[in-house]
Write a protein that binds this ligand. Structure first.
Ligand SMILES: C[S@@+](CC[C@H](N)C(=O)[O-])C[C@H]1O[C@@H](n2cnc3c(N)ncnc32)[C@H](O)[C@@H]1O
Length: 190
């Protein structure tokens, strides 16, 4: 499942630390990306919220047959780097509802809370991996869905993730916009 991280960093390097590519995004280390993918379990489909550079998405695509990845402020050129089993969606991942269920959901930005729409899109026994904000850090929490509820299965550890970006219009509808040009109606969660 080895993905060449150099394709996703701005200067084509592969340093052993997260690489910032914008105010709201860093490219994770290979170790982190692979650990998150492995924690999602062995299903066939995954929903990722926060595409960023596409590196984590590419790692997911090497492990899962179907990957849907949602990004609130898409960067240019990401689609071209990703394989055909990835669908990219421009939307607010906290309100986007695909109408489908996935074997796993991975959130790659620091969230204050679990959005109900994430739970809805996980199948029975499927997993949610989400960095939940605690002060300036995030607790990477792993949940399993049983019935309509999530059960905390464990904590992977603590790390810094960039914060959720909010669409001030509510973001209920996927939007058309130019990649790399953030609309003025976005703000950062406090
Ligand atoms: C830490 S970066 C993700 C890095 C990514 N995993 C990679 O491999 O490059 C977090 C991403 O989440 C995105 N994001 C923040 N809030 C979001 C939201 N409400 N819905 C969808 N994406 C969001 C940010 O724009 C940013 O690209």
């Amino acid at each position: 499942m080895s993905v060449d991280r150099r394709l996703f960093t701005p200067d084509g390097s592969d340093p052993d630390f997260p690489v910032p590519i914008s105010e709201d995004c860093t490219v994770p280390t290979s170790q982190m990306a692979e650990m998150l993918a492995a924690t999602l379990g062995t299903g066939t489909s995954v929903l990722e919220l926060g595409t960023g550079s596409g590196f984590q998405t590419a790692v997911l695509a090497s492990c899962f047959a179907d990957v849907v990845s949602v990004e609130v402020q898409p960067l240019p050129g990401v689609q071209e780097k990703l394989p055909a089993n990835v669908a990219l969606i421009a939307a607010d991942g906290c309100t986007y509802d695909s109408g489908e269920q996935f074997d796993a959901v991975l959130v790659t930005f620091a969230a204050r809370e679990i959005a109900p729409v994430w739970v809805k899109q996980i199948r029975e026994d499927g997993r949610l991996v989400v960095p939940l904000r605690i002060g300036n850090s995030s607790r990477i929490s792993v949940y399993v869905k049983r019935g309509d509820r999530l059960h905390l299965e464990g904590v992977l550890g603590y790390a810094q993730f960039t914060r959720r970006v909010l669409q001030q219009d509510g973001g209920a509808r996927p939007r058309r916009h130019t990649p790399g040009v953030p609309p003025s109606c976005w703000t950062k969660e406090r």
